[in-house]
Write a protein that binds this ligand. Structure first.
Ligand SMILES: Cc1cc2nc3c(=O)[nH]c(=O)nc-3n(C[C@H](O)[C@H](O)[C@H](O)COP(=O)(O)O)c2cc1C
Length: 303
């Protein structure tokens, strides 16, 4: 069985998990139905029954494989148990999807949106990892700054078998991001690498964010300050729980968020300047596939 068979998805296009709940059942199912592999995002607290519901809702929308992303920095054992039980107990596609995170290596460059630790750019990091893996049969998935077919083909040329996109999928019809956040991804085209958001809740986890006016005005938050010193600027229901959002919290606004949305963290990768419209997620996948086929024929067909 080839790597596509192992991973159980068609085109090597992955929608990475988008916290805290931006990649919900609607987005993940839309990606899956178009032949990509979408990842749900588990809550950052133990909530196995809620997670089972998320998985079930997704299954009601697609019979294709999908995955679940869990952040290990937060309580997760019961959630992982629920994911594994779902895999064993019922549908085979869930088994493949859960395995996908383990059976492949995702190489993330510093261009990526969200939390990023490494400082290497994808174009030099990716071929090094490909060389290290050599002829072991482990698929390498490229991530960071890829939003269109050109990035997809470039990643293939560098030795990847697939790509993982985050920001492009936040700016889709089905993502659970707040409409203002989606609109800003279309309007703005610069990002910053920072640790000003969510310092207290998740220390030592810098992130790449959209350069909003709020970020530009506040990016030199003194190192001894964090969100706990700051006022509440809004509220969100996240995975069924009501949460207060403080200024400088690390939580991006979702569809339920109220308050001063423009002052909240908005994660984005460096490819954001290439995103010009909010699209249905299935169309994002289709454009990547068709664009890549076209590009390969047009540019490399005669080689
Ligand atoms: C809003 C947002 C939330 C994210 N949350 C997570 C997460 O919870 N877990 C994770 O592994 N990656 C997370 N990521 C990273 C993505 O899964 C993906 O690897 C990354 O966005 C790829 O880079 P790109 O945004 O340039 O496409 C997040 C990214 C964004 C933009």
């Amino acid at each position: 069985m080839g790597w596509r068979g192992i991973l159980g998805f068609e085109y090597g296009i992955v929608q990475g998990p988008l916290g805290p709940d931006i990649s919900g059942p609607d987005l993940v199912a839309a990606v899956a139905n178009a032949g990509g592999l979408g990842f749900l995002r588990a809550p950052d607290w133990e909530s196995p029954d809620y997670l089972r519901e998320l998985i079930q809702k997704t299954r009601n929308l697609t019979d294709k494989p999908f995955g679940v992303g869990v952040v290990l920095a937060f309580p997760h054992e019961e959630n992982i148990k629920a994911v594994l039980e779902e895999k064993v107990g019922s549908l085979e596609e869930a088994k493949k999807a859960v395995n996908a995170g383990v059976d492949a290596i995702i190489v993330q460059g510093r261009e990526a949106g969200g939390h990023v630790i490494g400082q290497d750019g994808l174009i030099s990091l990716l071929p090094r990892v490909v060389d290290l893996i050599g002829d072991q049969d482990i698929p390498v998935i490229a991530s960071g700054g890829i939003v269109d077919a050109r990035g997809y083909v470039a990643a293939l040329a560098l030795g990847a078998q697939g790509i993982c996109l985050g920001t492009r999928f936040v700016a889709t019809v089905e993502s659970y991001a707040h409409p203002t956040y989606k609109r800003k991804l279309i309007q703005l085209d610069k990002t910053g690498y920072t640790d000003i958001f969510g310092r207290a809740r998740w220390p030592g986890a810098p992130q790449r964010v959209l350069q909003t006016p709020f970020f530009s005005d506040h990016k030199s938050l003194p190192f001894n300050m964090n969100e706990l010193d700051k006022p509440v600027i809004g509220r969100s229901t996240i995975h069924g729980m009501e949460k207060e959002i403080r200024q400088f919290a690390g939580t991006v606004p979702n569809a339920t968020t109220t308050g001063d949305i423009e002052s909240m963290a908005m994660y984005a990768g460096q490819g954001v300047g290439l995103i010009k419209e909010i699209l249905p997620a299935g169309e994002v996948v289709e454009r990547l596939v068709e664009g890549a086929q076209h590009l390969i024929r047009q540019k490399f067909g005669g080689i």
